[in-house]
Design a protein around this ligand. Structure first.
Ligand code: UGA
Length: 437
């Protein structure tokens, strides 16, 4: 099929490359010419394992092209809207200005029988509003909503073989045709067994908000248990293992630590609360405020634990933060709990050095006043405490014996509960986990 993808950020760049991999002719469009020229040269403007290789492969086939001109969307049968929906400044609600602008600019490029497919995470009701708009401005095209569930770090795999496909379509003949068009787009994954659900617009939009809310709730639940474990002298990692053995609960997303961050979960639960309020259903989601509060409380707790670890005062203490991306295998620092903790420690008088395999330049752009050190050995030298805040593989496998001679004081805070306390303590370190005695 001939496909256009509007927006070449995280979602759009991966989606475009994967659609070309599935055999489609793809034009990917963004207003940012710098992004376009990087991608056209086979370079990704963000770190995502497997994406540069995939770009290289599909660009060579000639099936993928990048453009900064929306008119190049003309000729495509299916148009994916993949632009961002950030949190509005000073509010909980999502900012839809990019979705609205992309949608409006696409109208002139549409042809009869085209399908416009929203993939961005939007407040429920957005698809119905855009469908009305489309009916007025170009009734020969149809709108569908097809939310995206990819995880950063696994984005290529999640797009090529997703758990499920959800199509939000209008009722009647238009809906049938939209379903057939999307089935043709996703014939590859469906042939490999990916399940698909066909629902109305509102349900499709809510599936995404509900999924991210559930994941956030699961993480905050286990972090709340970590608080209780701390108070009671119990071990939250063993507790998670034990409750996770119940199939109904499951062990995934039960890792207690410094909490969730990134460009999705925090802003999505807030936008969901804001939208429920507009719909008069705010009571249904008041628990998400608690989920958010538990999550933010983790950051304050880690600052306190660090203060205790270095003897009661942060002033002048050399603290090294290992990992600043919001999670491993990513260079994304949007709402990163690690970066927020690093900044708070610095503001409270510590001398903070940050190292990370991929995220340093993004972090530096946000908090230039921290010291950023790409060399691991230089970063840990003479530290009064090491803080593992993002569980990159290289930090999971650190050797307490090797590190001992480099630091000033053998203090380690394991913000993701990924180190073995027995091993670290045996090597003479003071080990501090989260919700572990
Ligand atoms: C999340 C969802 O997992 C995707 O399904 C969704 O498509 C995406 O948002 C989106 O809306 O676009 P992502 O933001 O890539 O994906 O990150 P996650 O893997 O969900 O992790 C989010 C945060 O939770 C990270 O900071 C991670 O460190 C933290 N986390 C995760 C925990 O603290 N504990 C856990 O057990 C799991």
């Amino acid at each position: 099929m001939r496909i256009s993808v509007i927006g070449c950020g995280y979602l759009g760049a991966v989606h475009a490359a994967c659609m070309a991999k599935l055999g489609h002719e793809v034009v990917a469009i963004d207003v940012d010419e710098r992004k376009i020229s990087e991608l056209q040269a086979g370079r990704s403007h963000f770190f995502e394992p497997g994406l540069p290789e995939l770009l290289h492969e599909v660009l060579q086939t000639g099936r993928l092209k990048f453009s900064s001109n929306i008119a190049d969307a003309r000729g495509s049968q299916v148009h994916f809207l993949c632009v961002g929906t950030p949190q509005r400044k000073g509010e909980y609600a999502a900012d839809l200005k990019y979705v609205d602008a992309a949608f409006s600019s696409l109208i002139d490029a549409l042809e009869a029988g085209n399908l416009v497919v929203g993939k961005s995470t939007v407040p429920v009701g957005t698809a119905a509003r855009l469908a009305d708009d489309l009916l007025e401005r170009f009734p020969e095209a149809t709108l569908a909503w097809n939310p995206e569930f990819l995880r950063e770090g696994f984005a290529v795999k999640d797009t090529l073989s997703p758990d499920r496909l959800v199509y939000g379509v209008p009722s009647g003949e238009d809906g049938h045709r939209a379903t057939e068009q999307l089935d043709e787009v996703y014939a590859g994954p469906m042939g490999l067994g990916t399940r698909r659900l066909v629902v109305d617009y509102a349900t499709a939009e809510l599936v995404k908000s509900a999924a991210n809310s559930f994941l956030a709730t699961k993480i905050s639940f286990i972090n709340a248990m970590a608080e209780v474990c701390d108070a009671a002298g119990a071990d939250v990692t063993l507790l998670a293992d034990a409750i996770g053995m119940d199939d109904r609960i499951g062990r995934k997303f039960l890792n207690a630590g410094i909490g969730f961050g990134g460009g999705c979960l925090p802003k999505d639960i807030r936008a969901f609360m804001a939208r429920a309020g507009e719909l008069g259903a705010d009571q249904a989601l008041t628990f998400l405020r608690e989920v958010d509060d538990i999550n933010l409380r983790r950051r304050i707790r880690v600052v306190e634990l660090t203060r205790q670890l270095v003897g009661g005062s942060l002033l002048g203490k050399r603290i090294t933060v290992l990992g600043v991306a919001f999670k491993p295998n990513s260079d994304d620092v949007r709402d990163s709990p690690a970066l927020s903790i690093a900044a708070q420690l610095q503001l409270q008088g510590a001398d903070v050095t940050v190292t990370d395999p991929e995220a340093l330049s993004n972090a530096k752009g946000r908090f230039p006043e921290l010291t950023y050190e790409p060399d691991f050995n230089a970063a840990v030298t003479k530290a009064n405490a090491l803080l593992v805040l993002t569980e990159w593989d290289q930090y999971r496998s650190l050797s307490p014996a090797d590190l001992a001679s480099q630091v000033t004081s053998k203090n380690i805070l394991d913000g993701r509960n990924v180190l073995d306390p027995v091993q670290w303590r045996a090597a003479g370190w003071t080990y501090q986990g989260i919700g572990r005695p």
